[in-house]
Design a protein around this ligand. Structure first.
Ligand SMILES: NC(=O)c1ccc[n+]([C@@H]2O[C@H](COP(=O)([O-])OP(=O)(O)OC[C@H]3O[C@@H](n4cnc5c(N)ncnc54)[C@H](OP(=O)(O)O)[C@@H]3O)[C@@H](O)[C@H]2O)c1
Length: 296
């Protein structure tokens, strides 16, 4: 079903070629938004773009290609976006992956940390001017929105400041949980920094979703796919809270919150640790600037 809730709004959605991100892109396009999806594979981007244009019945869906685990690629993407689009109403930081084994990004940064956390911070930072442009002069109405897909996996995580990139001891689960906790802490800090600008920032848990995430991580197994379809949410159901935070008038002006099932809920106690957040922000700024701090 189409509506015009988002007509005139520009939305950038990362990780929009599969899973929750693709379902989010489709839903926002159906609501009339101009959707710019980001994927890493040009052929897949072209195929998904054609499919969405047909399904949404509108040509206002475009894909840009970038490997978001690379800081140089993130910079290139932000440049390509801002060269074409003067404003950005909604940024959906959806991209994310789980890696069983430790591997390094092009910048020499552990992949989970590079993709799920650092790339998200850098892209958002580079797009803040476009988001601030979209926020109206009257800062209380229809602000621009940053929506970041975290995970309830953050709840059992701690930031291991002595070995943030698992150089000494690596666990895929711990790295994933840590990156998701860092996203929540960064979101809260970002919301504080953006107070008064008309730009809101919230994080969310999408639920347990039968996306490609598990196939990509554990191998493409038919039984796994069948099991997930039985016990997990569909991609469309998983996208519901992202779409809600991106477009619903009910959350206009709401910022610095963690959502699940379209409700603001408490995140883990660790996510509210202000001293750890300050330390994380300092480390993040250094890593984004230097681009390669493999030993940290
Ligand atoms: N599924 C769950 O149960 C669940 C639960 C909690 C949180 N989440 C979070 O939800 C978000 C969406 O995940 P999903 O479950 O929808 O996963 P998914 O189906 O695997 O989709 C991930 C998306 O990210 C893209 N991507 C992966 N690596 C990339 C890179 N280096 N550069 C650019 N794009 C890249 C993928 O592109 P390709 O199409 O080329 O692979 C795909 O579009 C993630 O942040 C995830 O952590 C998921």
């Amino acid at each position: 079903m189409t509506n015009t809730l988002m007509s005139g709004k520009t939305c950038l959605i990362t990780g929009a070629t599969a899973g929750i991100g693709l379902a989010t892109a489709a839903a926002l396009a159906r609501q009339g938004a101009t959707v710019i999806g980001v994927g890493r594979d040009a052929a897949k981007c072209a195929e998904v773009q054609a499919r969405l244009r047909q399904a949404a019945g509108a040509p206002a869906v475009t894909y840009l290609t970038a490997d978001l685990a690379s800081l140089a690629e993130v910079r290139r993407l932000a440049g390509a976006f801002t060269a074409t689009y003067p404003r950005l109403d909604v940024l959906v930081n959806n991209v994310g992956a789980f890696y069983m084994g430790r591997r390094l990004s092009a910048d020499g940064i552990e992949m989970t940390w590079a993709l799920n956390y650092l790339g998200v911070c850098l892209l958002t930072d580079l797009l803040l001017p476009a988001l601030k442009t979209s926020a109206p002069a009257l800062k209380t109405s229809a602000p621009a929105r940053i929506v970041t897909i975290s995970s309830d996996m953050h709840r059992s995580a701690r930031l291991n400041f002595d070995d943030l990139q698992g150089a000494r001891q690596f666990s895929g689960m711990k790295a994933y949980g840590q990156s998701k906790l860092a996203q929540v802490m960064w979101t809260y800090d970002l919301a504080r920094r953006l107070a008064g600008t008309g730009v809101t920032a919230n994080a969310l848990h999408p639920g347990f979703v039968a996306s490609d995430l598990y196939q990509t991580s554990f191998g493409n197994r038919k039984w796994l796919s069948a099991l997930l379809k039985l016990i997990a949410l569909s991609n469309e159901q998983g996208a519901a809270t992202s779409v809600y935070l991106a477009s619903s008038p009910e959350v206009e002006g709401v910022t610095g919150q963690y959502f699940a099932k379209k409700k603001a809920v408490r995140s883990s106690a660790a996510s509210y640790d202000s001293a750890a957040t300050a330390r994380l922000m300092e480390i993040t700024a250094g890593m984004v600037e230097s681009g390669a701090v493999a030993s940290r």
